[in-house]
Write a protein of this length. Structure first.
Ligand code: AMP
Length: 485
């Protein structure tokens, strides 16, 4: 097996790799790093968890270590485009971590925060700019950044950017970068529009591909507790008070519900914080940081807010309310059993939610083991139980955004925060940015279920990591989720 030292990386980069405790390059790194060092364009099929970030960040840092002039004012040498704020922040964290023995200047440009600090961070020129497309366009239009000195572009999680409707923005951005450049496109899947993007913007790329990692759903101990609606709070407190709960995410269907559950848990003496679309980006970042660092052990979240959260060691996911969209169930429980770990997913199902449970079991292809026999007296939600503020089933919004599908994973291995996150000026892209940040979910449903698109049954195909190729690109599901947050 190849060692990092065989790859010809600069000393400062090797030192950082060593400090991180990595001994060998991962398969994607073994393929991408030498090709990037050779100056080749890259078309990489790799998902989160494969080490793909380092596969492009290390060669970038190598080039910088070998002496490249800092770009002029309001310019960036390398542009990394990512679908979500969280992913952009994580990539920048990786740049800082792997670049700790060099002098790389990195800035992050994402929506949902003030634009001023971002403008300032770019004013003198940066080596590496990590950006989400919407906010970058704002800054380009406002004259805060130019791309005419950009010589390297990385498009990370391209299929998720497609899912989030960023293709037109990406094309516009790419049209401003000089043709003479190195471009790497990484994507968990290669649907035709991504192939087309690659054909249009890459030149004779080196293709790299790695098998996806394990299907999380198979590592999750799924349980349903049939309870009375009125008993849910007590039951939740009981579950979360047990010793085996290291870190838990509790899902509610509504923002108000999330706040209420958080108060209930806090009143019971548990360490809980809520995260949902009514919280400011700063609050969300703070809450998430607290959850990652362990100062908060229970995160109460709506579906949308939870997308993009990839925190290691989430021992439990609890569905305080079952989602009325079955796909959301799979996304929710995929928050646990990350990074090769196992996890427990407990769903509290009252009498009014039995229909949701049936839909979920139909989607995953088996019945989930259940305990208890409560709920007999609960009204079905559609008869006006507590469900009055939920989305009626099959009531997809009329104007679904193009490409509004359940998106894939981004993850969070962030080691520190503190990116040069600035502010948001232009209004033009605000909407898409906001959505992007909250919708960037991650693991494709089909991968988690081990199905091909349209398939229903978890597959037992042998390869660790199973079938990831296709995803269940259900437009309505995405839109409905967007509404339910
Ligand atoms: P990524 O796919 O970029 O999200 O990386 C997944 C995780 O793998 C991150 O936590 C990295 O720190 C870690 N990682 C990256 N490269 C290596 C390596 N060569 N050896 C061990 N861990 C790695």
């Amino acid at each position: 097996m190849k060692q990092f030292s065989d790859l010809g990386l600069a000393e400062t980069v090797l030192k950082a790799v060593e400090a991180e405790g990595y001994t060998n390059p991962t398969p994607i790194q073994a393929q991408v790093i030498p090709a990037m060092l050779d100056g080749r364009d890259i078309l990489g099929t790799a998902q989160t968890g494969t080490g793909k970030t380092a596969s492009f960040v290390l060669p970038l840092l190598h080039k910088l270590a070998n002496g490249r002039e800092r770009p002029p004012q309001k310019c960036c040498g390398t542009l990394i485009l990512a679908p979500t704020r969280e992913l952009a922040a994580q990539i920048a964290d990786s740049v800082r971590t792997y670049g700790q023995f060099g002098h790389t200047k990195v800035a992050v440009v994402v929506g949902g925060v003030k634009p001023g600090p971002q403008i300032k961070a770019m004013a003198r020129g940066v080596d590496i700019l990590v950006a989400t497309p919407g906010r970058l366009m704002d800054h380009m239009q406002g004259g805060a950044i130019r791309l005419d000195h950009t010589s390297t572009v990385i498009l990370d999680e391209a299929d998720q950017m497609l899912d989030l409707g960023f293709m037109p923005a990406i094309r516009k951005i790419m049209s401003k970068v000089p043709k003479e450049r190195q471009t790497a496109l990484l994507s968990a899947t290669m649907p035709p529009p991504i192939r087309k993007l690659a054909n249009d913007f890459l030149t004779d790329p080196a293709e790299a591909e790695v098998a996806p990692t394990a299907r999380p759903i198979e590592k999750i101990d799924q349980q349903v507790m049939l309870v009375d609606r009125s008993a849910k709070r007590r039951t939740l407190i009981d579950i979360l008070s047990k010793d085996d709960v290291d870190r838990a995410i509790v899902f509610t269907r509504t923002k108000r519900g999330a706040d209420k559950v958080q108060r209930t848990l806090s009143d019971a003496g548990l360490s809980a914080a809520a995260i949902h679309g009514n919280k400011s980006q700063n609050q969300r970042t703070k809450t998430l940081d607290g959850f990652k660092s362990g100062t908060v052990t229970i995160l109460v979240a709506t579906d949308i807010a939870a997308r993009g959260i990839d925190v290691d060691n989430v021992s439990h996911v609890v569905n305080f309310e079952l989602p009325n969209i079955p796909e959301s169930y799979v996304h929710r429980i995929g928050r646990t059993a990350r990074a090769g770990k196992t996890g427990i997913a407990i769903s509290l199902c009252d009498g009014g939610e039995r229909e949701f449970l049936r839909d979920i079991e139909k989607l995953v292809g088996y019945s989930i083991k259940s305990t208890g026999n409560g709920g007999a007296n609960d009204l079905p939600e559609k008869q006006g139980g507590r469900g009055s503020n939920r989305q009626p089933r099959n009531n997809a919004p009329k104007k679904a955004r193009p490409g509004n599908r359940p998106a894939r994973n981004n993850r969070s291995k962030s080691k520190s925060s503190g990116q040069v996150q600035g502010s948001g000026n232009g209004q033009g892209q605000k909407r898409s940015e906001g959505r992007a940040s909250s919708e960037g979910d991650g693991d494709g449903l089909a991968r988690m279920l081990g199905t091909k698109p349209g398939g229903n049954r978890p597959s037992n195909r042998g390869r660790p990591g199973g079938g990831s190729r296709g995803r269940n690109r259900n437009k309505n599901a995405g839109s409905r989720q967007a509404q339910s947050a």
